[in-house]
Design a protein around this ligand. Structure first.
Ligand SMILES: Cc1cc2nc3c(=O)[nH]c(=O)nc-3n(C[C@H](O)[C@H](O)[C@H](O)COP(=O)(O)OP(=O)(O)OC[C@H]3O[C@@H](n4cnc5c(N)ncnc54)[C@H](O)[C@@H]3O)c2cc1C
Length: 285
């Protein structure tokens, strides 16, 4: 196995260009918490690695005019602690704080989480709720932006070509947005999500965005439940309509799946937490 360790974006692009001559042989390595586990479990996948850990341009969190830019190699620990993410993108900070264990949060990156394209990836649903975009680049330095929910095509696969990499994630900053994340998982699996819900609620025009994780390759939008919240009606009747809408969306998205009975019920418990959080944040104003 060959391991290259570029120390800048130009060096990374050169390596990606060279890798085009042997399609499928090279893989990008960020924190290694998915990739190294996979290579260890299936040695036949042996690959040359391009280690991103020395590329400083892929690290860090920057506030630009109207959006926050998170470098692809930013770790969950960095996101969970960042004051602007905690204040303005609370769903993402909370999702980051609930990933695996402290060791995984110190190594695992947002770029690796998205590129791995697992339906259980915890960063994707909050990013979808917050209307984030992904900035990708190819070996020529040509940029491409796409909505976060369009990166994964099927579980385990993204739309990125062989010489493309995720450079950063961009989240628009709206002052009046309340956001929240809840998940349920099994303790045996260090809390890898069985189901999650992410919400962003814009106070100015009562616009809600709710996405579920672990229902498909991309975050699944729950439009009927959003409409119930947008009514700003905190009665028991509307709460029941909200929870019924969540269950109905689960049924629509995983019909016949063995996990349906659990998820149809579990989504109501998560929905209850979400309802209480948004009600307290919005109705008390
Ligand atoms: C014990 C354990 C618990 C876990 N718990 C959770 C959890 O609770 N929630 C959760 O969401 N995940 C969890 N994970 C999964 C994993 O930690 C995350 O998905 C993590 O974000 C992966 O990031 P990484 O930097 O380690 O990626 P790597 O393993 O380095 O890479 C993963 C994939 O992404 C590709 N890649 C990496 N960076 C880029 C880039 N910039 N551009 C393009 N492709 C790239 C790699 O080639 C590889 O295919 C857990 C894993 C373990 C082992």
């Amino acid at each position: 196995m060959r391991v290259d360790a570029p120390s800048s974006l130009p060096e990374l692009r050169q390596l990606l260009k060279a890798a085009l001559s042997a399609p499928g042989k090279s893989r990008l390595l960020a924190g290694g918490t998915d990739l190294l586990v996979r290579l260890h479990a299936s040695p036949e996948l042996s690959a040359d690695l391009i280690d991103l850990s020395g590329v400083d341009e892929l690290k860090g969190i920057t506030i630009r005019d109207t959006f926050l830019e998170i470098g692809a190699c930013t770790t969950f620990s960095e996101m969970e602690r960042h004051p602007v993410i905690r204040e303005r993108c609370a769903a993402l900070a909370r999702a980051a704080s609930l990933v695996g264990s402290p060791q995984i949060r110190n190594l695992g990156t947002i770029g690796g989480n998205l590129a791995n394209a697992s339906p259980a990836a915890d960063s994707l649903p909050p990013l979808c709720a917050l209307d984030a975009t992904i900035l990708a680049e190819n070996s020529e330095g040509e940029e491409m932006t796409l909505p976060a929910g369009e990166l994964a095509t099927v579980p385990g696969k993204t739309c990125l070509r062989q010489d493309q990499y995720i450079r950063a994630v961009r989240i628009p900053l709206h002052r009046n947005t309340f956001s929240f994340f809840v998940k349920t998982g099994s303790r045996k699996a260090v809390a890898i999500s069985k189901l999650s819900l992410s919400l962003a609620f814009r106070r100015t025009d009562a616009q809600a965005r709710i996405f579920a994780g672990s229902l498909g390759a991309s975050g699944v939008r729950m439009r009927a439940a959003e409409e119930a919240l947008e009514r700003r009606d905190w009665t028991a009747q509307n709460r029941a309509a909200f929870l019924d809408a969540l269950s109905a969306s689960v049924e629509e998205n995983i019909p016949g799946r063995a996990s349906l009975p659990f998820k149809r019920l579990a989504v109501r418990g998560l929905g209850d937490d979400l309802w209480t959080a948004v009600k307290e944040a919005i109705s008390g104003e």
